[in-house]
Design a binder for this molecule. Structure first.
Ligand code: RFL
Ligand code: PHB
Length: 389
């Protein structure tokens, strides 16, 4: 079999790229090692930058998002017994969209199916080959049979634990990494959100986040030590803990209920350089990870897809390799700024016992400065809504 672009990974990066390529008349096949339901069962991001929203429109998959997504003009920071609203709309003239990654992925999958895009699920041993040369190909096994797809390019959209970055470890790749000494315990519940916007809370017991998926579904997180096990956290223990980290009026207003999902995610910053190896490109989480505090992971996947799509369109349309050659540097310039922002939001809002009392005082001073400085708030808001592509 032959196609123009093989996309490894059917997460948001792979699906968005596939949809844009398909609309531009560029043939592509998506291969994933798991199936559709498994992918849709992963509860992840919730906040979309304006750039991601327009990419969904460009992909022709934005209608449900505009109908059901919630436009947020600001969010609250809670610290030292007070709450401060970051007014995104006033500070930047723009907003963010709250719409779950699960729903966005479902929309992209549904459109791909309706358009007749080729997707292989449950593929084992997916392997990229010969991407150093002009004739790359991908092999995989399904139902005991080995398949081969010849192509012009391979897009590695296979997430942090995928095969694509693993296959370039001996090709001069450089990895930059920072691991944080805690994780996020997250809970999804069919209860109305405690507040109409998100609340990021810095508390002596640790960070907490009140987020949401809809007017009837909430997503809440608390900072936990890496040694905690999700099985040890009952729903009641979670609700008690998050309420203890929030201002009293918020804690009292919180509606609790049984969780429909509960998990612990470790926090990590990671960037691989470069993101291109001949005819193989690393896209989204395959090339970089951010701690979720800045809500940037999914949004960075979208900007990578934007740069790669432009490059591939230039290759097939104008027969120019300039966009492909520029992919890695263009994507990395934006990635590092989002890495910086995600690290700074994480540092500002979490408790770091190892930093001692001095570190704690500096953090409090920064929050106090932020609440009184329009310049500092503008910088935070500008990064939160997303830097331009
Ligand atoms: P994904 O979503 O991991 O998809 C990769 C796909 O590749 C497949 N795969 C393979 N297929 C074939 N062969 C192999 N060897 C393969 N290995 C893997 C996998 O099955 C999968 O289907 O990567 P992608 O598409 O790059 O998308 C990235 C986003 O999922 C991620 O950045 C965000 O979820 C991060 N994130 C957030 N991002 C935001 O922009 N805003 C947020 O509010 C936000 N909140 C979050 C988050 C991530 C979280 N967790 C759990 C890590 C909150 C959390 C808790
Ligand atoms: C979420 O709703 O899952 C979410 C929202 C904002 C973040 C991280 C996660 O910063």
């Amino acid at each position: 079999m032959r196609t123009q672009v093989v996309i490894i990974g059917s997460g948001p990066s792979g699906l968005l790229l596939g949809q844009l390529l398909g609309k531009a008349g560029i043939d592509n096949v998506i291969i994933d090692r798991v199936d559709r339901d498994y992918i849709l069962g992963r509860i992840r991001a919730g906040v979309l930058e304006v750039g991601m929203v327009s990419m969904m429109d460009q992909a022709g998959a934005g209608e449900r998002m505009h109908k059901e997504g919630l436009v947020h003009d600001g969010f609250d920071l809670s610290f030292s017994g007070r709450r401060h609203r970051i007014n995104l709309k006033n500070l930047t003239g723009t907003s963010v969209m709250v719409y779950g990654q699960t729903e966005l992925t479902r929309d992209l999958m549904d459109h791909r199916e309706a358009d007749g895009g080729a997707t292989v699920y449950n593929a084992a041993n997916v392997t990229p080959h010969d991407f150093d040369g002009e004739k790359p190909y991908v092999t995989y096994e399904k139902d005991g049979v080995t398949h081969r797809i010849d192509c012009d390019f391979i897009a590695g959209c296979d997430g942090f634990h995928g095969v694509c970055r693993a296959s370039v470890q001996d090709k001069g790749i450089q990895n930059y990494e920072k691991v944080y000494p805690f994780g996020w315990l997250g809970i999804l519940a069919d209860v109305p959100p405690v507040h109409h916007e998100l609340i990021y809370a810095n508390h002596a017991r640790g960070f907490a986040l009140c987020s949401q998926r809809s007017l009837t579904r909430s997503r809440y997180y608390v900072q936990v030590p890496l040694t905690d096990k999700v099985e040890e956290w009952s729903d009641d223990a979670f609700w008690d803990e998050i309420r203890s980290r929030l201002p009293v009026d918020v804690a009292e207003a919180m509606v609790t209920g049984s969780s429909i999902e509960k998990s612990i995610a470790p926090l990590r910053s990671f960037v691989a350089e470069p993101l291109r190896f001949g005819r193989l490109f690393l896209v989204g989480d395959a090339g970089h990870i951010v701690p979720p505090t800045g809500a940037k992971g999914l949004n960075l996947a979208a900007s990578d897809v934007h740069y790669l799509f432009e490059g591939l369109q230039g290759f097939y349309g104008e027969k120019s390799i300039a966009g492909i050659d520029a992919y890695s540097a263009r994507a990395l310039a934006r990635i590092w700024k989002a890495e910086r922002f995600s690290w700074s939001m994480t540092t500002l809002m979490h408790r770091f016992p190892a930093e001692g009392e001095f570190g704690q005082k500096v953090q409090e001073a920064e929050l106090d400065y932020l609440s009184s400085s329009n310049a500092a708030q503008t910088a935070m808001a500008e990064n939160y809504v997303g830097l331009p592509y």
